[in-house]
Design a protein around this ligand. Structure first.
Ligand SMILES: Nc1nc2c([nH]c(=O)n2[C@H]2C[C@H](O)[C@@H](COP(=O)(O)OP(=O)(O)OP(=O)(O)O)O2)c(=O)[nH]1
Length: 135
């Protein structure tokens, strides 16, 4: 059996020991913002495009730094289909996030909200707690 992995990029944004999470229309759980590469895109280009589409925020290209890679069961997919989140730190320009495109809601979450997050997002959250970056 071939194992299916959905490869995605994600942005870890922190504010007052909370992390930024988004929920798409029609979905129950919150995700880390980000998405899949399009043909020919670098990680940087894909992440900047996705974050602009989802939150109307422009990430500064030179600020992107790898944070970690996290893999878990993909929300809403058949058992065994996994999502791999290649996560980056990045500085945004001065804008506040605005939910746009497919995003219905964004929230700054902490560990109290892990039951509202996808398994992959919880993995990132657990790592942020270990690093003492989120409460
Ligand atoms: N960006 C992101 N995606 C996540 C997280 N957790 C998680 O399970 N996913 C999953 C949800 C989907 O099963 C999978 C692919 O998401 P997607 O939005 O690119 O794809 P989709 O299957 O919903 O839609 P499509 O693009 O194939 O039309 O990624 C997360 O924290 N962040």
């Amino acid at each position: 059996m071939t194992q299916q992995v959905i490869d995605k990029l994600a942005w870890i944004a922190l504010h007052q020991r909370r992390f930024l999470a988004v929920r798409s229309y029609g979905k129950e759980l919150f995700y880390l913002p980000g998405g899949k590469r399009e043909a020919g895109e670098t990680d940087q280009q894909a992440l900047i495009r996705e974050i602009h589409e989802e939150l109307s925020i422009h990430l500064e290209p030179s600020s992107l730094r790898p944070a970690g890679v996290f893999r878990a069961q993909a929300d809403g997919k058949a058992i065994g289909v996994e999502v791999q989140l290649t996560c980056y730190w990045a500085t945004a320009d001065n804008q506040q996030p605005q939910a746009s495109a497919e995003i219905e809601q964004f929230e700054w979450l902490n560990s109290d909200s892990s039951d509202q997050c996808s398994v992959a997002a919880v993995k990132v959250l657990e790592w942020l707690i270990e690093q003492d970056l989120v409460d």
